[in-house]
Structure formats: structure tokens, C-alpha cells
Design a protein around this ligand. Structure first.
Ligand SMILES: [Zn+2]
Length: 284
């Protein structure tokens, strides 16, 4: 599933091809995405100039003077730029053709993605309004994370993956950041100390920045906007490595299910005293 770095990579990848360009034609082959594509979108977009390409949470915003196209890649969506027409393949649902003859093509086998249009302020759109703080902003600090977790009895990993709390962090980067900061993923969020919140926020920012630099992960269903795979997968320390030795301490990595997602962790590096104490007290 594309996470923040993949979406950011996509935004940066398509930007030089479409920013300042006029949309000549829109072809929609499949309207039934997570939300149906508006019936008049082809008409609306014709002649529109894209003035800006932005990422907010895991949404791509293609801004123009008349409105904003809000795009979400869902579970398996990808965007590609073609410099000349190529026959569509299976799951190529939308083509946006520009006057410079470049084509922005949206492919989404599982159809959980979406393509919507708004003439209002995009951040007030119902989908974007509920998004939590952006992890790469100053607002997302150790103190901020500490303050929003004090009353939370859910696991720290489930909290990180809740997009109403923090935007754009999914299973891969939550798993990696918890390992990097030595926090047991199933630890109740309110038990994470202020010091550990600082460590965790730093790990999240470092990992996301590195992943963006490397162009995201090489998940089999993700390619960057030019079709080349990202180069972050070989940087992953724990994700997808259950049963293999921890790079830090050589202990065999274990896994558990948190919020319906497989979570890999190191029983040694992510050993947690408060959690162990709470378990001992429960047994007594
Ligand atoms: Zn370890």
C-alpha cells in the first residue's frame, strides 16, 4: 500500500511534467473507484491549467485556478507519465492528456483509489479535514506525540497508523520507526515516556525523509512515476523480516498482529520494562 514517501515521490515525479500544463482531454475507462468518479469530470477538466502539485497526508492535490483534483492511490494505485500515447493495459482507469502531449495515467487493480474534484478549499474537503498532523512538519514533535497519547490505551503502533492522529504513516514505516527507537509495538500509547516520544518522532522523520530520498519502498505493486521501482526496500530493518536475525543484536525477529496488520519486532531491542511490569502484575 502506498504510504507517505511513495505518495510524496509520486508528487515530485509527476510535477515537472504537468505543472503549468493545460489539460487537453480526459479519458475515463472505469468510474467505479472507492468513490465514483464524478460524471462530468471530463468536461470540467478540459482546458484547465494545473498550477501546483502537492501532497497532503496520502492525497495528491492537483491545483488549478478553477478547483482542485484530489487523488488517492488507495491500496494499489499508481500514476505514470507517458510522453507519447501507449495503448492502455488492464486497470488503466484514467488518462489525463495534456496539451504538451504528456499523459498522466492512473492504474489501480484493487480500485480503492479515488479521483475527486472540489471547487472549495481542498483542506476543508471531508476526506482531508479529518487528517491528523503531518509527520514531517514542526508541529509533529516529541512533546506533541506525548500530549496526544496520555489518555490513549490503544497500542502505540495502532495509534501511529491512525490517520486521524498522524497522517500518512502505515505499517512499513510504523514498524521501522518503533524498532529504530526501541519501543515494543504493542505497548499502550499512554505508557510511552516523553523521552521515548522524542526518540520515536525523530525516527519517524528520519525514516520518512530517507525513504523519500530513495523513492519509496520496492513493494511489488509500487513503481515511481517513471515506472522505476523505489530503492528503500533494502533499507528496511524489520518489516518483512520475521524469523530472521535483528541487524542490531542478532536476536531472531518475532511478529504479532496489531490492528489487523502483521508487525515485526525485535524481542531484545524492543523489550519494554513498563509493559513487562504490567504483565507481571496481571499474573500476580
Ligand atoms: Zn535487536
Amino acid at each position: 500500500m502506498p504510504e507517505l514517501p511513495e505518495v510524496e515521490t509520486t508528487a515530485r515525479g509527476i510535477l515537472p511534467h504537468i505543472e503549468g500544463q493545460v489539460i487537453a482531454r480526459v479519458i475515463i475507462r472505469q468510474r467505479k473507484l472507492r468513490f465514483p468518479i464524478p460524471l462530468d469530470l471530463e468536461k470540467i477538466l478540459q482546458g484547465v491549467t494545473i498550477t501546483k502539485v502537492k501532497r497532503v497526508a496520502k492525497y495528491l492535490l492537483l491545483e488549478s485556478s478553477s478547483g482542485t483534483l484530489i487523488l488517492h492511490l488507495g491500496m494499489s494505485g499508481t500514476l505514470r507519465i507517458f510522453t507519447q500515447y501507449q495503448p492502455p493495459k488492464k486497470h488503466d482507469h484514467v488518462d489525463i492528456e495534456f496539451a504538451n502531449h504528456k499523459i498522466l495515467r492512473f492504474n489501480d487493480p484493487r480500485r480503492f483509489g479515488s479521483l475527486l474534484w472540489t471547487m472549495d478549499e481542498p483542506l476543508s474537503h471531508p476526506l482531508l479535514k479529518s487528517c491528523g498532523v503531518e509527520p514531517l512538519t514542526k508541529q509533529f514533535s516529541g512533546h506533541y506525540l506525548w500530549s496526544i497519547t496520555r489518555e490513549k490505551k490503544i497500542s502505540i503502533k495502532a495509534l501511529l497508523m491512525n490517520h486521524k492522529m498522524v497522517s500518512g504513516i502505515g505499517n512499513i514505516y510504523a514498524t521501522e520507526a518503533l524498532h529504530a527507537s526501541g519501543i515494543f509495538p504493542d505497548l499502550s500509547a499512554h505508557l510511552v515516556t516523553l523521552e521515548k516520544c522524542h526518540d520515536l518522532v525523530k525516527s519517524i522523520k528520519d525514516i520518512l525523509k530517507l525513504a523519500i530520498k530513495r523513492g519509496g519502498t520496492t513493494l511489488k505493486d509500487f513503481t515511481d512515476s517513471t515506472g522505476k521501482p523505489g530503492y528503500f526496500a533494502n533499507q528496511l530493518k524489520v518489516y518483512g523480516r520475521a524469523g530472521l536475525p535483528c541487524f542490531t543484536c542478532r536476536t531472531t525477529l518475532d511478529s504479532m498482529i496489531i490492528a489487523q496488520r502483521s508487525t515485526v519486532y525485535c524481542p531484545c531491542c524492543q523489550f519494554d520494562v513498563p509493559l513487562l511490569q504490567s504483565r507481571i502484575f496481571r499474573q500476580v
